[in-house]
Every structure is written in C-alpha cells, then in structure tokens.
Design a protein around this ligand. Structure first.
Ligand SMILES: Nc1ncnc2c1ncn2[C@@H]1O[C@H](COP(=O)(O)OP(=O)(O)O)[C@@H](O)[C@H]1O
Ligand SMILES: [Mg+2]
Length: 350
C-alpha cells in the first residue's frame, strides 16, 4: 500500500509525534509498504510541485525526525519558520499527498490530531486514516466530558471539576475537593501543565501554569497509589502495564527520558484487579466510541480502588511505548501491531 505517516503539527506533543512517526514509518516500510512521513504543519515543499509518482520518491520526500528533547517544543518558533504564514493548519501539499495515499497513519498526538479536527477535515477531503473518528476523538480528548461519560457508564474516576479561565476561582477550599488535588489542562497530554497541589498556597501557581496552556482546566482529587495503563484493540483489552516513575509523578520528563520509569507488563497485581481494570478499559473505549485502538490510564489507590484518569485515542507508538509493550506480551510485535492498526482502520471504509 501507499501510506502517509502524518506527524508533527503544532501541539505540545510535536516532538513525541515525530518519534511515533519515524518508528511507524520504519515498521510499515519493513512490512513492504511505500511510506511518506509528513509534518502536517510544515508540509512538503513550498513550490508548485508535480506530485505524480510521489510515492516512488517516498524516502526522499519524508521528513527526517530529530530526537525528543526533555522540554516541550518551542511552537512559536516553529510556526514562524513556515514560509506560508497563512492561518491554514495544513502545510503545503499535505492534503494532496494524503489524497493520493491508500491510507494515512495518524502519528499525531495532542491538539489538532488527537482531538478529531484533522479527522473531521479528512472525512470531508475523502482521505482514509487510522484510529478513531472525529467525534469520539474529540470527546475523549476533553477530560471533563470524558469524566461525565465514565461516571454514566460505571467507570470509576477521581472526583473532579472543570474550571474555565473566565470563571477562575483561586479559593480551592470552596471547590468541594479534598487536598491534595491535581490541576491539569482539560485537553492537553503528556502531563504538560499538570501540577499536584498539596497545600492551599500552591493552588494559585498551579492555576497560572495550567491556564498558560489552555482556557479550560480539570481539577481533581489526587489519588495516592500506583499507576497503570491498558490498551484496547477492537474492543479487546491487552494486558495491563504498570508505570513506576523513579522520582516524582509521571510527568513529561518521566514519560520520555529513557530509564526514568520502571514499566512492568503484565503488571504485578492480583488477577482480580487486572481483570477489573481490563474490563474498565474496554468499557471506557466503548463509552467514548473508540472502536479501533486506544489506551486508558489508571491509578490504583493504596486502598485498592481503581480509578480511570483518561483515554488516549492516539497513544505513543514506538517499540518501547506502553501500548506496543502490552501487545508484545500477547505475541504481537511492533511491525505486526502497525499492520494490525492499518487493517482494522481500513474496515471502516469497506
Ligand atoms: N487524580 C490524580 N491522582 C494522582 N495522579 C494523577 C491524577 N491525575 C493525573 N495524575 C498524574 O498526572 C499524569 C498525567 O495525567 P493524565 O490525566 O493521564 O493526563 P495526560 O497524560 O493527558 O497529561 C498521570 O499519568 C499521573 O501521574
Ligand atoms: Mg495520561
């Protein structure tokens, strides 16, 4: 097949997306496909191009990805570096090249990728893509809306509220939540802008930090305990993985700096807890309408209660990312997993 792997963009997870993109590109090439990796924002070439036979030049045209730095990328600089300074999110030739592909593999993470907007545009442009459709992506991305659906479907989630910039309230005591609380941007990812607030004085700074990223936040009770994740492919849960950061919580650094967290799959928890968590992961995917693949984040409190934090619709996809590690446990290697995602995503179009 001729496949575009779409990565980059202008989200805070731009660099992580390149990591996913380059690994998926490598795997799909090894599987025999002709693959072009494109930066959705920067596009390919700023000249009028004859794009016929573009997949014959797949490697030459592909972006070359750099390593992920420990800091979130400088998006303003990236935005200013594109020759086309219009407000169009799609870079030059992106739509045309994706229209020429048999399918586009979504290697995007975060805003304008995980939130369903690119998917909605692609539906209208007649472009096939991997992963969830625009509506379920949008719903899953908003942690406030997802929380309501978890509650309505009997999936336990920490108590929490949504706060907008317009109705900012610095008085944490009036919110009806017990300290410590976690403050996080409603639609962000990779733990960017997330702060754990342990005393009243820290709350204002945590709001300042999170509002730097978004106008809508989620503030929820902190769950002391262990952290897990569980992938779901076509409605069936994979084995549970435990993530134990060596220092602090699972923040941006601990997510992407090699060796900063111990990851164990299958997780060393009682079978009953694993079965329960897997059924919550399946229920969460179903509640949000995620029918291809997804990965849900969980906590187990010191008292043994399971809580679902969120569902990621386009989870990280490098061989050492969480979902691929879980797939490996059931004997599906990274190349097979990438192929599987193409295969199940194509079903939507048959
Ligand atoms: N209620 C909570 N209690 C304890 N830790 C939390 C809570 N919410 C978030 N965290 C920590 O912050 C990290 C990021 O939160 P999460 O909701 O998964 O958002 P994202 O991964 O999209 O940034 C989690 O992996 C966890 O380490
Ligand atoms: Mg998470």
């Amino acid at each position: 097949m001729d496949i575009v792997v779409l990565a980059g963009g202008l989200s805070t997870e731009r660099d992580v997306s390149f990591k996913t993109g380059s690994m998926v590109t490598k795997a799909l090439r090894e599987n025999g496909h002709r693959v072009i990796m494109l930066d959705v924002f920067m596009g390919y070439s700023d000249k009028e191009e004859d794009l016929s036979g573009v997949f014959d030049r797949a490697e030459e045209i592909s972006v070359k990805a750099s390593d992920i730095s420990e800091e979130a990328p400088d998006l303003k600089m990236i935005k200013e570096s594109r020759k086309d300074q219009s407000d169009c999110f799609f870079g030059p030739n992106v739509i045309r090249i994706c229209q020429m592909a048999d399918i586009t593999f979504m290697a995007l993470h975060g805003e304008n990728g995980e939130d369903g907007k690119v998917q909605a545009a692609f539906d209208l442009f007649g472009i096939k893509y991997t992963g969830s459709d625009h509506l379920s992506s949008a719903i899953a991305m908003n942690k406030g809306i997802a929380k309501q659906l978890f509650r309505a479907n009997g999936i336990p989630t920490p108590s929490g509220i949504v706060m907008t910039k317009k109705k900012r309230n610095d008085d944490v005591a009036s919110l009806g939540l017990r300290l410590p609380v976690v403050v996080k941007p409603c639609c962000g990812g990779s733990s960017i802008g997330v702060t754990i607030v342990r005393d009243y004085e820290q709350f204002k700074a945590a709001l300042d930090e999170a509002f730097r990223w978004e106008d809508e936040l989620i503030i929820e009770e902190f769950v002391q305990g262990r952290e897990f994740s569980c992938g779901v492919i076509e409605g069936k849960a994979l084995p549970v993985i435990e993530i134990a950061p060596i220092e602090g919580f699972y923040d941006y650094k601990n997510k992407y700096k090699a060796g900063s967290a111990v990851e164990t799959c299958p997780a060393d928890i009682p079978e009953k807890a694993a079965v329960q968590m897997r059924s919550y992961a399946e229920a969460a995917a179903k509640a949000l309408g995620l029918d291809t693949y997804s990965r849900s984040d969980f906590l187990i409190s010191t008292g043994g209660e399971i809580y679902c934090l969120e569902v990621n619709t386009l989870p990280g996809m490098t061989p050492t990312s969480l979902l691929p590690q879980e797939a490996a446990v059931i004997g599906m290697d990274f190349n097979q997993l990438c192929e599987k995602i193409i295969e199940i995503s194509m079903k939507r179009y048959q």
